[in-house]
Design a protein around this ligand. Sequence first.
Ligand SMILES: *[C@@H]1O[C@H](CO)[C@@H](O)[C@H](O)[C@H]1NC(C)=O
Ligand SMILES: *[C@@H]1O[C@H](CO)[C@@H](O)[C@H](O)[C@H]1NC(C)=O
Ligand SMILES: *[C@@H]1O[C@H](CO)[C@@H](O)[C@H](O)[C@H]1NC(C)=O
Ligand SMILES: *[C@@H]1O[C@H](CO)[C@@H](O)[C@H](O)[C@H]1NC(C)=O
Length: 155
Amino acid sequence: MIPIGISLSFMFLLFTIASAQPPIYMYNFCENSTLLSSAYKDNVETLLSWVTTDSFKSNGYNYTSVNSNNHNNDDAVYGLYSCRSDITGYFCRFCINSAASELTRRCPNAVRAIIWYDICIIRYTNQSFSGQVSLSPILNITGTRKIKVMFQYGT
Ligand SMILES: *[C@@H]1O[C@H](CO)[C@@H](O)[C@H](O)[C@H]1NC(C)=O
Ligand SMILES: *[C@@H]1O[C@H](CO)[C@@H](O)[C@H](O)[C@H]1NC(C)=O
Ligand SMILES: *[C@@H]1O[C@H](CO)[C@@H](O)[C@H](O)[C@H]1NC(C)=O
Ligand SMILES: *[C@@H]1O[C@H](CO)[C@@H](O)[C@H](O)[C@H]1NC(C)=O
């Protein structure tokens, strides 16, 4: 961790910049599948519409699941979003909204996907998040290796 004093002024600086500029796309990963059902794709769409709405009124993170209509639940989608801890309300939604559109564009056939911006992240998967979802450390962007570890962690 960065010492608190330095970290606070650094955050303030970042927040000032973030308020004035559009969020910056950093990275995405799509695990594609040719076997996706239309129900699964519909659920992904529902999830991505939920993240946009929820990010405006939440504390900057949340997760949910969109269940299938069938009893096996094999079309269920589990997803989360997180904005950096100092980003909420309008700014969080602005980033999440951009990220959701980009995710749809970049990952049209993904069973699991993740997209990172400088100040927010969206992720979804077809497997239930086991236990507690750790949200804040994932915004510690340290490159692709870290992202792959996360995928294994949460699914
Ligand atoms: C981010 O992650 C790296 C590698 O896991 C770690 O060394 C570093 O201390 C972390 N930074 C913060 C601010 O948590
Ligand atoms: C998944 O599909 C997208 C869009 O077609 C492509 O850009 C991406 O490279 C694919 N991902 C993998 C891991 O193959
Ligand atoms: C988080 O999402 C759940 C749905 O999964 C919703 O019921 C709840 O109100 C949301 N919380 C906030 C703070 O937005
Ligand atoms: C999730 O998708 C993968 C890849 O398509 C599949 O192998 C796995 O069985 C699915 N898991 C669930 C819980 O549906």
